[in-house]
Design a protein around this ligand. Structure first.
Ligand code: C5P
Length: 237
């Protein structure tokens, strides 16, 4: 049997509400690649631990849930609106800091990239440690960021209708705490990979960020693909 060509991997990391999800999804769509929101897997683990009455800071309660994390998880799990509740949001960084949870989610990502939905030629994965730890040899890496104030503003806009008591200050405090947990954790902390393209979205629209990202992908991937004449790399629409 002929060997499968290695899938192209694009890593998109960054802090909460930086726009990395919007960027990663749009990039995947333009390239016809598969997209994986790795944060949703951590959130799903936190949610299930809480549903079972467990303590998300206690590995003994988390471990049995990790055994259920096998690719592919259904959309009913990964797109469950409950994953976005404050209760789950607060619990998730504790899961993200656990080495055993990181290992389970790493396996999931490896399986996803080997066998992406729709047999896509590549995958865009967004998270905190995709380019630094999970796929240090990713073909292209991005670190998407914005000032904490801008990120709090965006998160506040998204959440205010469902949560009338919410203020922008509360959101900023929450985001700052979550960033600190993700950046200061012992294993695979959030940081830009040395070879990541930094995309600061503070002043840029999603469309501008996408154009910058596409230019970086094109600079890195297009020449060799076109040179070897496979014609399989479809850049843009
Ligand atoms: O990206 P999202 O905001 O959904 O991530 C929720 C939390 O999951 C993060 O704050 C982080 O603690 C954890 N996470 C992680 N590694 C990833 C993605 C998310 O530890 N690759």
């Amino acid at each position: 049997m002929s060997e499968q060509p290695r899938k192209t991997i694009i890593a998109v990391d960054g802090p909460a509400a930086s726009g990395k999800g919007t960027f990663a999804k749009a990039l995947a769509k333009r390239l016809d690649y598969a997209y994986l929101d790795t944060g949703a897997i951590y959130r799903a683990i936190a949610h299930e631990v809480l549903e079972r009455g467990g303590d998300p800071t206690n590995i003994e309660d988390v471990r049995p849930v990790l055994e259920t994390i096998k690719y592919p998880l259904p959309d009913t799990v990964l797109k469950n609106p409950d994953l976005r509740t404050p209760r789950v949001e607060d619990a998730t960084p504790h899961i993200g800091a656990m080495q055993e949870a990181q290992a389970a989610v790493r396996s999931y990502q490896e399986d996803f990239v080997k066998n992406p939905p729709g047999k896509a030629a590549g995958a865009v994965l967004d998270g905190r440690d995709v380019g630094t730890s999970v796929f240090p040899h990713a073909d292209v890496k991005f670190y998407v960021t914005a000032t904490p104030e801008e990120r709090a503003k965006r998160r506040y806009q998204q959440q205010k209708d469902d949560n009338p008591g919410l203020t922008r200050e509360m959101v900023l405090k929450d985001i700052t705490l979550r960033d600190a947990r993700d950046m200061n954790r012992q294993f695979s902390p959030l940081r830009p990979a040395d070879d990541a393209h930094i995309l600061d979205t503070t002043e840029d629209s999603p469309a501008e960020t996408l154009e910058k990202g596409l230019a970086a992908v094109k600079a890195k991937l297009a020449p060799p693909r076109f040179k070897n004449g496979t014609g399989k790399f479809r850049f843009g629409r």
